[in-house]
Ligand binder design. Structure first.
Ligand SMILES: [Zn+2]
Length: 356
């Protein structure tokens, strides 16, 4: 009797997690998953645009673990980093006084460009994914932002202070016409970090897109979508798998993985996405692809540009490329690419390597 009761409790504790499995392909699941921390909170969904073609984007995202999901133009969703872990997607970022947005957000890369309309089927897939994540983490519409909302720049030649406007990424997702298409009724009303003078406006056009009335997508999305967005079979599957009950905030216990990610289900998505590129053998991407020693850096044509010291900052050595993926930092036998270095963790004695 007792264990029967226990079994019931266990099963019902598992239910919320099970009913929220997101349909996504694991073909580009990142090898970096095991090294990524479990996030302690989820306060934002950050939308990005890859600004590059699909295949290259997926390979790079997978290799570096730079997003939780990637949505292609055909509407295929790929899982890159497990959704309860940290993905390195936001770079130098701040939101409402909190730095390092990776620590408390989900990042979705969308194949495309920040200033170009996306195909209807892609918008539909983004909408479904965002809605599922919103209900899973109980996030209101104004918690769905784009990379430009949260990225900020360090002081430089042009801006004497920290400034908003480092990135033009995902900006179309701030525009009212696109948000309407995504079923998002609200957007952030103002920039709390600018208002509190933690940051200054560094890109006035961007400010007008994020908080003003600039909407360059209006004509593209003026009419409602023409055709049903999903096939009959697919929407049947969605209905079947969409939880009827409101989401429960995943408890820390529920968030705790299953160290291995959920196994890919025999995916209806795969069927639906026969338009997507033909399945190629999974790319063999390993951490070894990146140089892991000074010897390897030298072999690949990198030269020592300088060593960080009291008055020698990384930007003095590497200039604007200090945080580029093509710049490497080495210290105590560790090799860290520039795009993964946290400015706060640049320390004296770090060597900076760049291509000749
Ligand atoms: Zn981005």
């Amino acid at each position: 009797m007792v264990w029967r009761l226990l079994a019931t409790i266990t099963v019902s504790a598992l239910l919320p997690t099970l009913s929220f499995a997101i349909d996504a392909s694991d073909r580009y699941r990142s090898p970096r998953n095991p090294e990524r921390r479990i996030r302690s909170s989820t306060e934002l969904i950050v939308l990005h645009t890859t600004e590059a073609a699909e295949r290259g984007s997926l390979v790079k995202l997978c290799d570096r673990g730079e997003a939780h999901y990637c949505v292609t133009e055909a509407g295929t969703v790929y899982r890159i980093v497990d959704r309860d872990r940290e993905a390195f997607h936001a770079g130098r970022s701040m939101w409402n006084g909190k730095e390092d947005v990776d620590k408390f957000s989900i990042g979705i890369e969308c194949v495309g460009h920040h200033d170009k309309a996306m195909p209807e089927v892609q918008i539909a897939a983004i909408k479904t994914l965002v809605k599922e994540l919103q209900s899973m983490y109980r996030l209101s519409d104004d918690k769905v932002v784009c990379h430009s909302h949260v990225a900020y720049g360090a002081p430089n030649k042009w801006h004497k202070t920290k400034h908003r406007g480092r990135k033009r990424c995902g900006m179309l997702f701030a525009m009212p016409s696109v948000r309407a298409r995504l079923g998002l009724a609200k957007r952030p009303a103002y920039d709390a970090d600018v208002r509190a003078k933690r940051l200054v406006v560094g890109d006035d056009y961007l400010r007008k897109v994020l908080y003003g009335s600039v909407d360059t997508m209006r004509s593209a999305y003026a009419k409602p979508p023409a055709a049903p967005q999903t096939s009959g079979l697919f929407s049947w599957f969605r209905r079947k798998n969409t939880p009827a009950a409101p989401a429960q905030k995943p408890t820390p216990a529920a968030q705790k993985p299953a160290p291995a990610a959920p196994k890919p289900k025999p995916a209806p998505v795969a069927k639906k996405t026969s338009v997507a590129p033909k399945p190629k053998p999974a790319p063999k991407i390993s951490a070894a692809k990146e140089p892991s020693s000074v010897k390897e850096l030298v072999a690949r044509g990198y030269v020592l540009k300088g060593t960080v010291a009291k008055d020698v900052t990384a930007s003095k050595i590497a200039g604007a490329k200090w945080n580029s993926p093509d710049t490497y930092y080495t210290i105590r036998n560790k090799v860290i690419p520039g795009n993964r270095i946290d400015q706060a963790h640049i320390e004296k004695g770090m060597c900076i390597w760049m291509k000749k």
